[in-house]
Design a protein around this ligand. Structure first.
Ligand code: SAH
Ligand code: AVI
Length: 333
C-alpha cells in the first residue's frame, strides 16, 4: 500500500489529568452541577458516538452527509482550498466527501485534523492515509477550547488558502459565550478571504429532537454515562454508574437539548484525585451536555459579529440541519 509522502501526528502537551480535575472541581461543586462534554470522548466514548450516528433516531449525521454529498463540489469551487483544517474531526468519515471534491478540483494538498480523542484521530488518519496516498496529513490531538479557544487554535499549523471545517453540529455543544470565543479565535486564525464551513443543527420538531438524544436502544444513555466511567478510571472516583438515569430535555428558552445524569438514589461519591466528596440527593442531576439548535438567521448574525461574511448555505428539505459557508472579512480599522 502506498503511504502519503508526509504524515505528522502531534499530541499537545496538555495535562489531561490537571485539566480534568479542574473541570470536575469547578463543574461539580456549582449549581446546576455540570461537566464539559469533551470528557465523553475517551476511546469508548468515541466509539459510542459513532454508534449514535448510525441510530435511526439520530438524524444529524446522515442529514449532514447528504448535504455534503450535494454541495461538496460547489464548496470546492467557491473556496479553492489548498488546506482543509477540521476541528473535532472524530472519524473524518463525512470529511471524505469534501476531500474528494477538493482533490477533483485540483486544489487540495493538505488535510489537518484535530481532535481531543487520540484513538478517534489515529483511526481516522489511518483510514485517510490508506484512501488518499498523495495527501499531506497532520493530526493534532488537542483541546480546541484551551485558553478561551485562543490557545486551542494557536497550536494548529496554518497553511495558505485554508478552509476550516467544524462539522456535525458540534458548535451546538458550546454555550453562547463559548461560541463567541470560538468564532473570534477562528477569525483570528484565518486570513481575510479564507473560509469557514460550519454544520449546525436547526430547530426541528420537539419530538424528533428529543428522540435523537434519547434513542430506544439506549446507546445515547451509555454514551452519557460513559463520562462517569472516565471519572472513575482517570480520577479514581467511585460513581455507581448504573445508579444514574439518562435524561434528555428540550430547553425551549435556551433553544438547546440538555443531557443530564440523574441520581436514582441519594449517594456520596468520592473523586479521589480531585479531593472532592460529592453528596447527591435522590433525583439530583448533573448536566453533561447542551446541544443547541439554531435559527439560521440568528446563527449567521453571530458569525457576522465575529468578522465573517456569508457566502452561501445549504439546508436539508426538512430544515433540520444546515451547512454554512462564510469567509473571513478584513478587520476594520
Ligand atoms: N466531526 C465529527 C465528530 C463529531 S463528535 C462528525 O461530524 O461526526 C464531536 C467531536 O469533537 C469528537 O470527536 C470529540 O472528541 C471532539 N471534541 C469535543 N470537544 C473537543 C475539544 N474541546 N477539543 C477537541 N476536540 C473535541
Ligand atoms: C458531537 N455533538 C454534535 C453531538 C450532538 O448531537 O450534540 C453529541 C451527541 N450527544 C448526544 N448524542 C450525540
Amino acid at each position: 500500500m502506498t503511504k502519503p509522502h508526509r504524515i505528522d501526528m502531534h499530541v499537545d502537551p496538555i495535562n489531561r489529568e490537571e485539566s480534568l480535575i479542574s473541570d470536575v472541581q469547578q463543574g461539580l461543586s456549582q449549581r446546576p452541577r455540570s461537566l464539559p462534554p469533551k470528557w465523553f470522548y475517551d476511546a469508548a466514548g468515541s466509539e459510542l458516538f459513532e454508534a449514535i450516528t448510525r441510530l435511526p433516531e439520530y438524524y444529524p449525521t446522515r442529514t449532514e452527509r447528504a448535504l455534503l454529498r450535494e454541495c461538496a463540489s460547489e464548496i470546492a469551487s467557491l473556496t479553492h482550498a489548498e488546506t482543509l483544517v477540521e476541528l473535532g474531526s472524530g472519524s473524518s468519515e463525512k470529511t471524505q466527501l469534501l476531500i474528494d471534491a477538493l482533490l477533483a478540483a485540483g486544489t487540495l494538498t493538505t488535510y489537518v485534523a484535530q481532535d481531543v480523542s487520540e484513538s478517534a484521530l489515529l483511526g481516522a488518519m489511518n483510514d485517510i492515509a490508506d484512501r488518499y496516498p498523495t495527501l499531506d496529513l497532520h493530526g493534532v490531538v488537542s483541546d480546541f477550547s484551551a485558553g478561551d479557544f485562543r490557545d486551542g487554535l494557536r497550536s494548529l499549523p496554518h497553511y495558505p488558502d485554508s478552509l476550516l471545517a467544524f462539522l456535525g453540529g458540534t458548535i451546538g455543544n458550546l454555550v453562547p459565550e463559548e461560541r463567541a470565543h470560538f468564532f473570534a479565535a477562528v477569525r483570528q486564525k484565518l486570513k481575510p478571504g479564507e473560509h469557514l464551513l460550519v454544520g449546525v443543527g436547526l430547530i426541528a420538531e420537539e419530538t424528533d429532537m428529543i428522540a435523537a438524544y434519547d434513542d430506544a436502544e439506549g446507546v445515547t444513555a451509555r454514551f452519557n454515562r460513559n463520562v462517569l466511567d472516565v471519572l472513575n478510571r482517570e480520577l479514581g472516583a467511585d460513581f455507581p454508574v448504573d445508579k444514574f438515569r439518562h435524561v434528555a430535555v428540550w430547553d425551549r428558552a435556551n433553544s438547546w437539548i440538555e443531557m443530564r445524569l440523574r441520581a436514582v438514589e441519594a449517594m456520596t461519591v468520592e473523586v479521589k484525585r480531585a479531593e472532592l466528596s460529592l453528596h447527591l440527593a435522590e433525583g439530583e442531576e448533573i448536566r453533561t451536555e447542551i446541544s443547541a439548535k439554531f435559527d439560521l438567521g440568528s446563527f449567521l448574525a453571530e458569525l457576522e459579529v465575529a468578522g465573517f461574511s456569508r457566502v452561501t448555505d445549504w439546508r436539508d428539505p426538512m430544515n433540520r440541519f444546515a451547512l454554512i459557508l462564510v469567509n473571513a472579512v478584513p478587520a476594520s480599522i
